[in-house]
Design a protein around this ligand. Structure first.
Ligand code: NDP
Length: 462
């Protein structure tokens, strides 16, 4: 008789957890998985996927405007928020079904319940009170939006969770934060006709990105009509007389809006999980501490994805899950590779990036070459839209390797994915130069920037 009920029990049915559970089950392991909300996790249910659908929705008014330059006359257009939310819900329900079926078809036991650790090998299914035992446990409970509970009036604010299901689209919104979520939602709401103000504590939005991307996007957003307030924070949110909200800021502004959204980062979802009972160590942020193989300090317990303090991205969680499978079930110790992760901000225009920023490259290399092009994309000539595309390659002068590629403009994310392969393969600037251009395209600019715009030697621009 088996010593445990399961070979593997996974807590959390998001990208990382489902992948680990499904693949382990496909290898013949007896797998149980528990999810307290909906299978698919943040990415599918209230993150990347519905966000991207909303991005598409928010772009139509520009498409309608642009059409005129190409000879089209578009009739009066209206937007129905409830219809969009319903269509989005239908799609994520379909995707959730696929996630569940993937688990079921491979023979995993699915628990629609929260699960908590009782000890290193025992999990309590809280809905029924039942306990199950497992040889190994994977914790993949993801993250939760930072509620900023020290902010007076935070209870009147929404986070991205609620933004996906608002009953009524507000006429105006204030969004706090300058990261991915704040910037993406500012563009979504603005595109859907909401008067939008972004308020960020730093000197420029998207602190971890290349300065050209940050400034270029800022300028484009302001030109579209989004208000961006920098070096300020909301200190209090109160209810206004008209039923709306007022955000009072540190610099003395009072901004009235129909809604206030907090996009101030996400915290690891570890509260009440029973980690103390099982002896699993966390860091000061409450993130589970893991080694290079996603193993916690308790030998049979692993943690994947946003519940650990690594890179908060869906493909990273999936990659960590696959490394876990290789290490534990295929006798092939594999640690996740975090080098050269392509990423996109689905703003309007989009940012696509892979590798390091100019600021980081200057710190890391004695001399870098910066290739930079800024131009009006072809579509904007007839549409008359005043938009600019920026492309930038950063090259280590000594090895000639391209160490950073940054794009602002349409389909920047799609391009970053492909450039990611080139950089991963170690492409040099000479490889880019000898690649034939594909004409007419925006991407051809990446292989036709023959002369550096400038060099930076020992921190000095030359
Ligand atoms: P980010 O970490 O990107 O941004 C958080 C923002 O909040 C930063 O601008 C930060 O400022 C600011 N902030 C944090 N604390 C405070 C505070 N106390 N007062 C004022 N400002 C504060 O987190 P997000 O919430 O935007 O997104 C969470 C994660 O989800 C991201 O890190 C990303 O990995 C992932 N994600 C990825 C997406 C994609 O791939 N397209 C889309 C959405 C999310 P500062 O910069 O100064 O620290």
């Amino acid at each position: 008789m088996a010593a445990y009920d399961y070979d593997l029990f996974v807590i959390g049915g998001g990208s990382g957890g489902v992948r680990a559970g499904r693949v382990a089950a496909s290898l013949g392991k007896k797998v149980g998985i528990a999810e307290e909300y909906r299978y698919g996790g943040t990415c599918v249910i209230r993150g990347c996927v519905p966000k991207k659908l909303f991005v598409y929705a928010s772009q139509y008014h520009e498409h309608f405007e642009d059409a005129a330059g190409f000879g089209w006359t578009v009739g009066e257009s209206t937007f129905d928020w409830a219809k969009l939310v319903a269509a989005k819900d239908k799609e994520i329900t379909r995707l959730e079904g696929l996630y569940r079926r993937g688990l079921e078809n491979n023979g995993a036991d699915i628990f629609d319940s929260r699960a908590e650790l009782v000890d290193a090998h025992t999990v309590r299914i809280t809905k029924t009170g039942q306990t199950v035992t497992a040889e190994r446990i994977v914790i993949a409970t993801g993250g939760v939006a930072n509620q900023h509970s020290s902010l007076p009036g935070h209870e009147f604010c929404i986070t991205s969770n609620e933004a996906f299901n608002l009953e009524v689209l507000p006429k105006s919104i204030v969004i706090a934060g300058g990261g991915y979520i704040a910037v993406e939602f500012a563009n979504i709401f603005h595109g859907l006709g909401v008067e939008t103000t972004l308020i960020y504590r730093g000197k420029e939005i998207l602190s971890r990105f290349d300065h050209d991307m940050r400034q270029g996007l800022h300028k484009a957003m302001v030109e579209k009509g989004i208000k961006i307030v920098l070096t300020d924070v909301i200190e209090e949110v109160v209810k206004g007389k008209d039923g709306g909200l007022i955000a009072r800021t540190k610099n003395g502004d009072s901004i009235a809006a129909g809604a206030v959204m907090l996009a101030l980062g996400r915290d690891p979802n570890t509260k009440g999980l029973g980690l103390e009972a099982a002896g699993v160590r966390m860091n000061e942020r409450g993130a589970i501490i893991v080694d290079d193989f996603s193993r916690t300090n308790v030998a049979n317990i692993y943690a994947l994805g946003d519940v650990t303090d690594r890179v908060q991205l869906t493909p990273v969680a999936i990659h960590e899950a696959m490394c876990f499978i290789e290490t534990v079930y295929k006798n092939n110790p594999t640690s996740p590779d975090y080098d050269l992760i392509p990423t996109a901000v689905f703003s309007q225009p989009e940012i696509g990036t892979v590798g390091i920023s100019e600021e980081e490259a200057i710190k890391r290399y004695a001399e870098i070459e910066v290739y930079r092009a800024e131009f009006r994309p072809m579509k904007a000539t007839l549409s008359g839209r005043s938009e600019r595309m920026i492309m930038k390659l950063l090259v280590d002068a000594e090895s000639r390797k391209v160490v950073g590629a940054h794009i602002l403009g349409h389909e920047a994310g799609e391009m970053a994915q492909i450039i990611g392969i080139c950089l991963k393969a170690g492409a040099t600037k000479d490889d880019f130069d000898r690649t034939m251009a594909l004409h007419p395209s925006a991407a051809e600019e990446l292989v036709t920037m023959y002369n550096p715009s400038y060099r930076v030697r020992n921190g000095e621009r030359v």
